[in-house]
Design a protein around this ligand. Structure first.
Ligand code: SF4
Length: 241
């Protein structure tokens, strides 16, 4: 028999049980020295797991790395590496790229997706390099991010890998995802994640840290199905299942 309106009105509300704190919640409240120690423990394990970690884009100089990084947006490094040998052979320097025919460049980079925008940005960047920097890739964050198609992430890739300068930490989709899973930050904006990570790790390890996290994100801690059972971080990872 259905409950009357009055009985529904007077029924005592169900009490919600407070959720037990999960390991992830506990880790997110780590601060100060405890958070720094947690970060360093993660870094030590990742370093042991991936001693060979490196940038997986193929390049021979800073310009080629800049071009490859622009092409890597929403695309795998493997696909980019299939496209760049012909591109670098056809356009060996910034002057050649600056005068490239957009349609021809689009054809060369088509398989990387978003090819119209990428071709436009590559030509725009090359023109700016020729106009402002004598065809060379500049070595400062401020000059790099002033170039068409170059944001802070790409600038960090160039500075860290082509020039060995640790100006910041590359925060791509893998670094963002793993930073949250490791309990290092609750930030979701790339620049804020980078700001949260920088004080937790020695500056001279920033470029390598990105490689380590990207390697782990590609091989084990995948976006859809993290392979926690076989993960070397499972004992200290707050998101381990
Ligand atoms: S334990 Fe799981 S969530 Fe944590 S880093 Fe490893 S794969 Fe990722």
């Amino acid at each position: 028999m259905p409950a009357s309106r009055s009985s529904r009105r007077t029924a005592a509300p169900k009490r919600r049980r407070a959720a037990a704190p999960t390991r992830a919640r506990r880790a997110r409240v780590l601060t100060g020295a405890a958070l720094a120690a947690h970060a360093r423990a993660i870094q030590r394990l990742l370093t042991a797991m991936y001693p060979q970690a490196h940038c997986e884009l193929d390049y021979g100089n800073a310009l080629q790395l800049a071009v490859a990084t622009i092409l890597s947006a929403q695309c795998t490094d493997k696909r980019v590496n299939m496209v760049t040998p012909a591109l670098f052979a056809r356009y060996p320097d910034a002057t050649a790229l600056a005068s490239a025919d957009q349609g021809e460049l689009e054809e060369l980079v088509k398989s990387t997706g978003f090819y119209r925008n990428k071709a436009k940005n590559i030509i725009g960047m090359a023109k700016a390099l020729v106009d402002r920097h004598g065809g060379d890739v500049p070595r400062s964050m401020s000059e790099l991010v002033a170039l068409p198609g170059i944001g802070r992430k790409t600038a960090n890739v160039i500075l860290g890998n082509a020039f060995g300068m640790n100006e910041g930490i590359v925060v791509d989709t893998h670094v963002a995802r793993l930073s949250a899973r490791f309990g290092l930050t609750t930030q979701t904006d790339a620049v804020k994640i980078e700001q949260a990570l920088m004080p937790l790790f020695p500056r001279d390890t920033w470029a390598m840290l990105s490689h380590l996290m990207i390697w782990h994100g590609r091989r084990v801690c995948e976006a859809k199905k993290p392979r926690c059972a076989e993960c070397g971080l499972r004992d200290i990872c707050p998101s381990a299942r």
